[in-house]
Write a protein that binds this ligand. Structure first.
Ligand SMILES: Cc1cc2nc3c(=O)[nH]c(=O)nc-3n(C[C@H](O)[C@H](O)[C@H](O)COP(=O)(O)OP(=O)(O)OC[C@H]3O[C@@H](n4cnc5c(N)ncnc54)[C@H](O)[C@@H]3O)c2cc1C
Length: 501
């Protein structure tokens, strides 16, 4: 007979890419986890096409980066062009390795990445993901959460220390917990069309936003043999009429890909920019699209969710496995929200650039942006994500809160520091330091890091430091004296610690 009550450390509502990534990272660390996913299968509609270098590093930790690389492609560049082909903005793409240790723009097929993540979770814990389990309600108690779930076998309850709402933009968890959105004021309807490619020679080689007021259009490379076009639905048009196969054929006509592609899927989305006001309330946390939504122009929705997962995984582990204080979770939103806000503001800027349908306004935009590029004042090049400026970092220490780049060596950068040192926090030091529980301690002359020595030397030199302590999500806790760093780190994670956000 099936038990009606199940227990685990963390219950995750939503088995989309962000919920499953968090589940993998928790399961890898020995935290017991149940993922309740209402759908029977992976969501099939077209969504993320791009994962950046930081997102790839999170997938690397989850053990799926190699599969993601095998099925993804790199575009030569990401350009915003006007109707005449003049470049208004241009962002880095290509094969060059970016700070996360992977190329900056990896063009993917989201359902394939989700399948790899689910396989990785099943390898760790075959019963963690429960499909066709719909969370219908929960109670946040003094000691944890009780979640009600409707399953094909009847109603169940899951008792856990924490509940993570990874249940997407319409999050039941967020609404049931009365958490409002901060609306950043962007709303546009677009038609998204994914096509299977039969002849790659006839396809564009770079990603582009065509800022043509007649039809603002996105043209994007994808993984797994696909290509994407997105078309803005203009004022006065309806989603239904534009989505008809005949209309789509007309929209694709200027691309001259007849016979080179066949239409796979289409969907209409309203692109919005919203951030939940509370990402942590009692024993409940929000992550991914449940916590924030961005227009897709910067390709950052999923990437932001992956960063959330990396931030929460080690903190939840520190609490439920190692006895760190619950207040560690108060640092989650203050650390992540400024980063998410910056990426959404970038996406809104891009969206406002491309979504202009008035020809006079478009001509003025072109004039201003071309002049800004000529004067070297354009916000293009590469994305810069803001560092963590408060939370679980050693305030005042040089470099604290900055992203710790992943050094790579070997052929095409295939030897990566994270694979060598493994999960957890690292203390990288010039001089030997006493080992500390839960901290990977390594000196620069350790043979394991010989291939990365120059990069690590440079990192220490930048901060004029003897040592750097890197958090498990690869942000710098602090730099300075090795003994003092490890003492400060351990003190913050002891049960008696008081962690201020
Ligand atoms: C057109 C488009 C293009 C995009 N392009 C990019 C891009 O290039 N790069 C990028 O990084 N991002 C992109 N995104 C965003 C990206 O797709 C999302 O950010 C990502 O899917 C969010 O993942 P998630 O796991 O948070 O939520 P979701 O993928 O929405 O998953 C939520 C899951 O929760 C489940 N669920 C909901 N309610 C319940 C419940 N009560 N009980 C149990 N389960 C429940 C749902 O069935 C779903 O499986 C794009 C999005 C769109 C629409």
């Amino acid at each position: 007979m099936m038990r009606n009550v199940l227990e685990c450390d963390v219950v995750i509502v939503g088995g989309g890419p962000v919920g499953v990534t968090l589940a993998v990272l928790l399961a890898q660390r020995g935290v017991s986890v149940i993922v309740a996913e209402k759908a029977p299968e992976i969501h099939p509609l077209p969504r993320a096409a791009h994962i950046d270098h930081e997102g790839m590093r999170v997938l690397q930790e989850a053990g799926v980066a190699q599969q993601a690389m095998r099925t993804s492609r790199r575009g030569d560049r990401y350009d915003f062009i006007n109707a005449k082909g003049d470049v208004l903005l241009s962002f880095e793409a290509g094969e060059r390795i970016a700070p996360g240790g992977w190329p900056s723009g990896n063009m993917i097929h989201q359902p394939s990445i989700e399948a790899h993540l689910r396989e990785a979770l099943a390898k760790r814990d075959p019963s963690a993901l429960r499909s066709q389990w719909e969370a219908t309600g929960f109670q946040d108690t003094e000691t944890g959460v009780v979640v009600q779930v409707a399953t094909p076998e009847g109603n169940r309850e899951v008792h856990a220390r924490y509940l993570v709402g990874a249940d997407g933009a319409r999050s039941t968890v967020r609404r049931a917990h009365d958490i409002e959105f901060d609306d950043l004021g962007f709303e546009e309807q677009w038609l998204v069309v994914d096509a299977i490619v039969h002849d790659f020679d006839r396809m564009p080689k770079f990603i582009m936003q065509v800022c043509d007021p007649v039809r603002p259009t996105t043209c994007s490379l994808m993984g797994e043999g696909r290509h994407r076009w997105e078309f803005m639905i203009k004022p006065g048009e309806t989603a239904e009429e534009l989505s008809e196969d005949e209309s789509i054929a007309g929209l694709l006509e200027p691309w001259k890909v007849d016979g080179a592609v066949s239409l796979e899927r289409k969907a209409v989305y309203t692109f919005r920019a919203r951030i939940a006001r509370e990402w942590r309330k009692g024993h409940v946390l929000l992550i991914g699209d449940a916590a924030h939504q961005t227009p897709p122009f910067a390709g950052q929705g999923l990437c932001s969710g992956l960063r959330d997962a990396a931030n929460l995984a080690w903190k939840l582990t520190a609490i439920v496995r190692d006895g760190a204080p619950d207040s560690v979770l108060d640092t989650y939103q203050p650390e992540r929200e400024p980063n998410v806000r910056a990426t959404i503001e970038m996406a809104i800027m891009m969206g406002r650039t491309v979504c202009i349908t008035d020809p006079v306004a478009a001509a003025e935009r072109d004039r201003q942006m071309i002049a800004a590029r000529a004067a070297g004042q354009s916000p293009d090049g590469s994305f810069n994500f803001p560092p963590i400026d408060r939370g679980l970092i050693l305030a005042g220490a040089p470099g604290a809160g900055q992203y710790f780049a992943q050094p790579c060596a070997g052929e095409s950068g295939s030897l990566k520091l994270d694979d060598v040192l493994g999960a957890g926090a690292w203390l990288i030091t010039r001089t030997p330091a006493a080992p500390v529980d839960g901290l990977v301690t390594v000196t620069l002359d350790d043979p394991r890091v010989a291939a990365f020595r120059d990069a690590l030397e440079r990192e220490l030199a930048i901060h004029k430091a003897e040592a750097v302590l890197v958090r498990p999500d690869r942000y710098i806790f602090g730099t300075g004296n090795a003994g003092e760093l490890s003492k400060a780190w351990s003190a913050l994670l002891t049960p008696q610690a008081r962690v201020a956000a």
